[in-house]
Design a protein around this ligand. Structure first.
Ligand code: GRF
Length: 199
């Protein structure tokens, strides 16, 4: 018997290339998750057009329309409920979520971050990695917890730092790895949570 695929929401704020990688992976019927909705806090997020072109539901929940973070999150939650979402993937989503929201999704909300966590939490990771003269950089898919870029790592990919790297060249190589590991990490999370039927 085929198990139902997990229902996933992807939350974006901009370009959406990681969202695109998740949508491409989920286009394979053998993939254990299906992307049900893409939510953006910014009306002008470029990624929305790609999702719409693939026939995926999209919605904008503009944080500027809400006086309180809790009200913004209640609006997000309404969309997650109406699409019966099992897992939330943050993909370049530039809003910090409250501990209450995160707690409600514990184990079912993940993020992609462009560094080898726990190194270089926060922004400008590529420039900071170059300034620190590290030999290797990379990306991490991790569980989201109340601390910024702090939850348990699910999967990482490493890239060597080259002598002539700029933040942009390093970002390009890391991004290619992000697109590879985000779908793998989501599939792993879903499969680990759904044991195969006995017999
Ligand atoms: C990615 O580098 C991701 O790791 C970081 O923000 C960037 C988003 O890019 N959190 P995109 O919107 O997925 O293209």
């Amino acid at each position: 018997m085929n198990r139902p695929r997990a229902a996933v929401a992807v939350l974006i704020s901009g370009r959406g290339s990681n969202m695109q990688a998740l949508i491409e992976a989920a286009a394979n019927p053998g993939y254990p998750a299906s992307i049900k909705v893409v939510l953006s806090n910014r009306p002008d997020a470029e990624g929305l057009a790609f999702a719409q072109a693939r026939g995926i539901a999209t919605a904008v929940v503009d944080h500027k329309a809400f006086a309180r973070r809790e009200d913004f999150e209640a609006a997000l939650q309404q969309h997650l409920d109406s699409h019966r979402i099992d897992y939330v993937c943050l993909a370049g989503f530039m809003r910090v979520l409250t501990p209450n929201f995160v707690a409600a999704w514990t184990g079912r909300i993940i993020n992609i971050h462009p560094s080898l966590l726990p190194a270089f939490k926060g922004l400008d990771t590529h420039a900071r990695a170059l300034a620190a003269k590290v030999a290797e950089h990379g990306c991490s898919v991790h569980q989201v917890t109340a601390g910024l870029d702090d939850g348990p790592v699910i999967l990482q990919a490493r890239v060597p730092v080259l002598a002539d790297d700029t933040p942009a060249s390093l970002a390009r190589r890391v991004l290619a790895e992000e697109h590879r590991i985000y779908p793998l990490a989501l599939a792993q999370l879903v499969r680990d949570a759904t044991p195969p039927p006995v017999g």
